[in-house]
Design a protein around this ligand. Structure first.
Ligand SMILES: [Zn+2]
Length: 208
């Protein structure tokens, strides 16, 4: 009843929120990364921040720099690019990034920095939400691997698939006793394994 087929997993895509299926290219190709390793600071014209790492601010003038749109969500959230993520670590990272780029901290700064902080904050929110939920995380992994997602028509199974995920989330929120938590944890693990198996299958399909 879980569906358990890659087809079902892929069809779910059609129902997923816009943040996950954004039309902006992810830019994981070599061309978009090449020749852009030391962008100049928009404010002072200095050498800017290194491509790798967390330098959101110019080391010379401290101006907030625009978001690096070639960076994928796993890199931004400091997670390994894999289905299994440490959600506690993900949450810490989310809070850390919010403290750096939240628009509230830029109310006294230039309009350019205000705009950049809005963009950063949106990106961080999207990345966090996408990687937090197993389903959207799996779908995002597929996307990074270039698996084409066909817009589907069989929404009945998709709904069921999503309902199961939501039910588990609700149970998890309601659970009081440790025994109940343990039981739910084992259900979630089984579901996650099934989902990751589906993701693996889809990867294989994508490599054909
Ligand atoms: Zn600067």
């Amino acid at each position: 009843m879980w569906g358990g087929r890659t087809g079902a997993l892929l069809r779910v895509w059609g129902l997923w929120p816009a943040g996950v299926r954004g039309r902006r290219p992810l830019g994981c190709n070599a061309a978009s990364l090449a020749g852009n390793n030391s962008p100049q600071c928009w404010n002072c014209g200095g050498p800017g921040v290194p491509k790798r790492g967390d330098g959101f601010f110019c080391p010379q003038c401290r101006a907030l720099q625009p978001p690096d749109l070639t960076r994928d969500y796993f890199s931004l959230m400091d997670c390994n690019r894999a289905f299994a993520v440490d959600t506690a670590k993900l949450q810490n990272r989310y809070q850390q990034l919010q403290r750096l780029v939240h628009p509230d901290f830029f109310s006294q700064r230039s309009q350019t920095e205000k705009d950049f902080s809005e963009k950063h904050a949106t990106l961080v929110n999207d990345a966090y939400k996408t990687l937090l939920a197993p389903l959207s995380r799996g779908l995002y992994l597929l996307k990074l691997h270039g698996v084409e997602i066909a817009e589907g028509t069989d929404y009945a199974m998709d709904q069921q698939f999503l309902m199961e995920i939501m039910e588990i989330n609700e149970k998890l929120a309601e659970a009081q006793s440790e025994a109940a938590m343990k039981e739910i944890e084992s259900i979630v693990r089984a579901k996650q394994k099934e989902l990751s198996d589906n993701v693996s299958k889809a990867f294989e399909q994508g490599e054909e």
